[in-house]
Design a protein around this ligand. Structure first.
Ligand code: NAP
Length: 294
């Protein structure tokens, strides 16, 4: 069925490698967070020639930063989750979108260090040509069956694959898709990337979004509000959806979130006499549990 949310069996993989990357053109690069805010998140759209690249929602593209590494070899590509559906934001099948955070770190001597690939991408201008590899990833993909509910838990730029998922989901007939619930954690209100898109989706009766704004909200015991705390606060309705065997659960973002989410789900499972580890493993085997954190 053409409109089926089912995942096609042929997954495009590594069509381009670092030795022979695809040349793509930057067609848009805009800041998603206000000028002067702590975090600079950017929306970068790359155009490729028709018929040269294919990808599915949830896959990543590789961008090799220019220059050589310490061993004198070309820098290896950094992987970025693709934030647009398979046809791209413009629906032409010739572009993809990346959501990039400018990495600015302080080293032990108090010197500012700029992340190589993220700064290269953040500084790219429309018209610039970049090299691209991929697509990569064959597990973090849309569920392989219609009417499958999805729970998506994101922190920071981990929102990227869920924007792609939800673009695809939105185009499915309501009867063919499952309930979609997004839990999104960022530091500040202004970091809520694509906020308007989530607000618009709220008009759909089968979509819900909840936020955890870590540096502006507090948990009842006075800690920063993280996604796992929001999940605990929502409680039963989310647990009921998430724990249903058919529901596909996706976690994407910062590494520490995984253990936090596990703790919340363990508590919630125990409260209703369910063995969470067993349920999670059953879900994993059924390709209903997907985690991409780093
Ligand atoms: P960030 O701004 O550093 O953090 C996003 C939110 O996560 C903040 O509210 C932060 O809170 C919170 N957070 C920090 N520790 C947490 C924990 N233990 N549990 C739950 N939440 C926690 O995010 P970012 O810089 O965009 O980084 C996102 C991460 O996702 C990066 O490590 C990136 O590499 C990764 N990522 C992975 C993929 C993928 O695997 N495909 C794709 C995109 C991004 P506070 O800072 O206030 O403590």
């Amino acid at each position: 069925m053409d409109h089926d949310i089912a995942q096609p069996r042929d997954i495009p993989l590594n069509l381009y490698k670092n030795a022979a990357p695809l040349h793509v053109t930057v067609i848009e690069n805009r800041r998603l967070t206000p000028e002067g805010s702590d975090n600079e998140f950017r929306h970068v759209v790359l155009r490729y020639p028709p018929g040269t690249y294919r990808y599915l929602e949830g896959q990543s593209a590789g961008i090799p930063p220019p220059g050589l590494n310490v061993r004198g070899r070309p820098n290896v590509p950094r992987l970025y989750s693709i934030a647009s559906d398979r046809l791209g934001d413009d629906g032409t099948g010739t572009s993809l979108t990346l959501t990039v955070k400018r990495l600015v770190l302080m080293d032990e001597n108090g010197e500012v260090r700029l992340g190589l690939a993220s700064n290269y991408l953040c500084d790219a201008r429309p018209g610039d040509e970049l090299k691209m590899t991929g697509p990569a990833g064959k597990d973090f993909l849309l569920p392989d069956g219609p009417r499958t509910p999805m729970v998506m838990i994101a922190t920071g730029t981990g929102i990227a694959p869920f924007r792609a998922f939800l673009q695809h989901w939105r185009q499915q007939p309501r009867a063919e898709r499952g309930f979609a619930w997004l839990i999104f954690g960022v530091q500040h209100d202004e970091d809520l990337m694509y906020h308007q898109e989530w607000q618009q989706l709220q008009e759909e009766p089968d979509f819900r979004v909840d936020y955890a704004i870590s540096r502006e909200e507090r948990t009842p015991d006075g800690r920063r509000m993280y996604v796992q705390d929001r999940m605990r606060a929502i409680g039963q309705p989310l647990w009921e959806l998430l724990s249903a065997p058919e529901t596909a659960v996706y976690v994407c973002g910062i590494k520490g979130m995984e253990i936090g989410i596990e703790t919340t789900l363990n508590e919630q499972a125990q409260a209703v006499g369910v063995d969470w580890v067993r349920l999670r493993e059953e879900k994993r085997e059924a390709r209903r549990w997907h985690v991409e954190v780093y």
